[in-house]
Design a protein around this ligand. Sequence first.
Ligand SMILES: Nc1ncnc2c1ncn2[C@@H]1O[C@H](COP(=O)(O)OP(=O)(O)OP(=O)(O)O)[C@@H](O)[C@H]1O
Ligand SMILES: [Mg+2]
Length: 415
Amino acid sequence: MSEEPNATGVMVVEPMGNAGPFLAEAADRLGLRLYGATHRDVHEGYAPWLARALAGVCFTDLTDPDRALDDLESYCREHRIGAVAACWELFTPLAAALAARLGLPGNDPALAQAARNKIAMAEAFRTAGIPVPAGAVAADAEQAHQAAADAALGWPLVVKPAEQGGSWGVSVVAGPDGLDDAVAAARRFTRAMPHGLPLDPRVLLQSYVPGAEYSAETVVADGVPYALPVVAKDTTSGRYRVETGHTCPAGLPPELTRAVQHTAARAALAVGIRNGIAHTEVKIPPGSHTPVVIETGARLPGDNICEIVEAATGISEAVAYLQAVAGRLPDTGATRERAAAIRFLLPERAGVLELVRVPDVPGTHSEIEVRPGDPVPEPADSSGRIGHVVAVADSPAEARRLADRAIAGTRLRVK
Ligand SMILES: Nc1ncnc2c1ncn2[C@@H]1O[C@H](COP(=O)(O)OP(=O)(O)OP(=O)(O)O)[C@@H](O)[C@H]1O
Ligand SMILES: [Mg+2]
């Protein structure tokens, strides 16, 4: 962490997210002091490196926006904080409101809810004329049956919670018989942990968009969008769409790369990103050249995408994000032309992990997050991961091949 007393301070509203390590490293590189806002009990569970990376912590109740804003405003003024960032999707509206209160660069607070709530997001996209799946909102299973029929969404369709991430509670439903279970799964979590934030209990139904899936970040500085590299996203193909990996670059032809970046930029602006970053996911139906937006979030990507983008292109998305919120011009030019792929180790079923051994494939490195003896859940969402493998190579095909080889050679036993 920078010791420079006059360095600009950046307040991160809950730095405990997948992008936390990348933000901490970026702050260090830029000579910014990093502060965090969180709950006292959540802070007790911080990894030691995160606690050490913070120059100070504002303890508040992030589930009470009025109180959090008051606490954060006085803390930020006292510590002469010059920028506000977010790392936890559900607090991106709070970060926008805080930046506005402090008169600092940030996103449009009036639209910020649309980057957190998928129902508000669908409305913002439709208003902006962005290609999105047809959708309908339901409060319970009965309404879902009615809405699926009235909106003629067709089958399969997708049921998802209005507010969640990590594919939690998202199901692809083949026909009316599966709808009750899918609605129950989407409504299972009424609060987001570890903060206990109450969630919108409604569910969103969407027509199913076929085709390959991609993501792209857009960094926005003073309302001007700058495109970042397109990443190909692989998921499981059944009822639960859990990410199995990502590859950068995506290997798309140039005109489709530009179409994805352009669509991602429109999505970011539609949910009010003015000084910040958005992670947008799209699908491209077979034979089409029009990316359809699945969702966007006003935050850095999860899934260690920051790592593979930097390994492939030299671009630090976290540096670009911090530059944008600090009112500087973001560095978005590639400095290398390589490729990187990440693959997640998922168990085949729930149980207790007995053994995991990843082979040493040259060009790859791995990280295991679960220890033998630990329980592993059913791989229905991103919480079911055991670890990941990253491969860096000269081409996306080669990076995928190396990562797949390490995954294929992994010995994994769940009891
Ligand atoms: N309308 C749709 N058509 C086709 N596939 C979809 C649709 N909506 C969601 N999916 C699939 O389900 C995945 C998870 O959905 P979504 O991104 O909306 O939820 P999430 O919980 O925010 O996900 P995550 O945080 O994992 O990106 C998508 O990445 C995509 O593979
Ligand atoms: Mg998603």
